[in-house]
Design a binder for this molecule. Structure first.
Ligand SMILES: Cc1nn(C)c(C)c1CC(=O)Nc1ccccn1
Length: 325
């Protein structure tokens, strides 16, 4: 089988939500290559936390008795609950007995984002949080039945993109795809990014260890790289109240160039201009921020919306393919 599903951006491209049939209900889920749990708001979620969300009704599933899950994300958000086996359909691709993690508790960030009905993890199943046994991701459940064991991400700035499962649509990218090998030891689509440049010119230095993470909004890079970037933005400074670099929204940001698999990709300054910090629209929060305390760099949506990415398990070593859109 193979299939395609729309990835619809929230305001400021904060996240991208995809319609997924879970049991007999269609939910809008955040596809997240940085985690491996498929969890959903459900009729088991306290009403005080689930108002405004579409809800999975576990009555259509088979309860996995004694199984629980509890996930915490790097930004401090999280959720927990119980586990069911049910049918999940993404763009026509069907997992007949997918582990569906029904939330019995969610953090305030998820409670407040009423467009988001849960997450569909696409990292490696080794980091699934279900106890007493880790469960397969949707991709791992269907991988063997896909035309090719791969999926692609084609996210866009302020417009609907797509995730494709089982095939590469060559109309979605230009030029050639450059591949890097993935290190799965931490359960992420983790690889080594090479040189970078600010504005234009030839790349140098090294961004280093990084993950491709569709579930993270921004780019988190080494301090040296981030300082080099904002040194080229006159009004920029680090604002500890906002928790990152801010600048005058009226200032044009430089492009950011990064070399992956021997090919240089350009993230346009307009894509790096993330969002105003408040309703006055005077001060903006940058799409490039420091990776301090994270342990690796994260190439999140700010980066991903300017490239076409292949998450490829066709070989014994998984790999990532990058091409310009
Ligand atoms: C790892 C990390 N540290 N810090 C500061 C951030 C922001 C991250 C990334 C992160 O939290 N991503 C995420 C959040 C919710 C759902 C899915 N992905």
């Amino acid at each position: 089988q193979s299939g395609e599903v729309a990835a619809n951006p929230e305001q400021y491209d904060e996240s991208y939500l995809c319609p997924v049939q879970v049991g007999q209900t269609t939910l809008n889920l955040d596809f997240d290559t940085g985690s491996a749990d498929l969890w959903v708001f459900s009729t088991l979620t306290p009403k005080s936390e689930s108002t405004g969300h579409s809800l999975y009704n576990p009555s259509t599933g088979t309860k996995k008795s004694g199984y629980t899950w509890d996930i915490s994300y790097g930004d401090g958000s999280g959720a927990s609950g119980t586990v069911y086996a049910d049918k999940v359909v993404v763009g026509g691709v069907t997992a007949t007995s997918q582990a569906v993690e029904a939330a019995t508790s969610v953090s305030s960030q998820f409670e407040q984002d009423t467009d988001n009905d849960g997450l569909l993890g696409l990292a490696f199943s080794s980091i699934n949080t279900v106890e007493p046994q880790a469960q397969k991701t949707f991709f791992d459940s269907v991988k063997g039945s896909l035309a090719k064991p791969l999926f692609t991400a084609d996210l866009k700035k302020g417009a609907a993109g797509t995730y494709d499962f089982g095939y590469i649509d060559s109309s979605k990218y230009t030029g050639s795809i450059s591949y890097v090998n993935v290190n799965t030891a931490n359960g992420f689509w983790e690889f080594t990014a090479s040189g970078y440049a600010v504005g234009s010119g030839s790349v140098s230095g090294s961004v280093g260890d990084a993950i491709a993470d569709t579930g993270t909004t921004l780019m988190y890079l080494p301090t040296t790289v981030v300082q080099a970037y904002y040194n080229k933005v006159d009004s920029a400074d680090y604002d500890s109240n906002q928790g990152g670099y801010t600048y005058d929204c009226s200032e044009n940001l430089p492009n950011f160039l990064i070399s992956l698999g021997g090919k240089t990709f350009t993230v346009s300054g307009t894509d790096i201009n993330f969002a105003p910090v408040d309703s006055s629209g005077e001060t903006c929060f940058g799409g490039i921020q420091e990776n301090t305390g994270i342990g690796m760099s994260i190439l999140g949506d700010i980066f991903l919306k300017s490239v076409f990415v292949v998450f490829d398990q066709t070989q014994s070593t998984p790999r990532l393919g990058f091409a310009a859109q």
